[in-house]
Design a protein. Structure first.
Length: 132
């Protein structure tokens, strides 16, 4: 997990490349969340709960996108990224004790890792820009 985050951060050599990578990662996470939602039937209570949790993740991603697009302060962008990560973690926790299949569990876990990578990349980009 830490190695993955470190790999992502090391790819952001220039601020422009880092911003492009950030945009790609946010888009990838949104796509992943959408695919998980589409793949889940709504027949069991835990599935409906997970879909509701993933709706929260989707809303948090939209807030992050808008915060970045509006060029808000770094602290606001980091707060939005933290909210995305917290929503992903909550979705993962909502599956505890359920009969969720391995693919769903791994997909949500990957979403958690992606959201953590986004937050780490934002911190790295902020540090690079502050150093210039």
């Amino acid at each position: 997990e830490e190695a993955r985050v470190e790999l992502i951060v090391s790819d952001a050599s220039a601020p422009a490349n880092g911003l492009e990578l950030l945009a790609r990662q946010i888009c990838d996470l949104a796509d992943l969340i959408g695919l998980i939602q589409k793949s889940l039937p709504r027949s069991m209570a835990w599935q409906r709960k997970l879909v509701a949790e993933l709706d929260d993740v989707d809303r948090a991603i939209q807030v992050l996108r808008m915060t970045v697009a509006m060029e808000r302060r770094d602290s606001e962008i980091l707060e939005a990224a933290s909210a995305v990560h917290a929503a992903c973690r909550q979705a993962e926790l909502s599956m505890a004790g359920t009969r969720a299949d391995a693919i769903t569990r791994r997909s949500v876990r990957f979403a958690v890792q992606q959201s953590q990578g986004i937050a780490a990349l934002l911190k790295h980009i902020g540090a690079k820009l502050a150093g210039e």
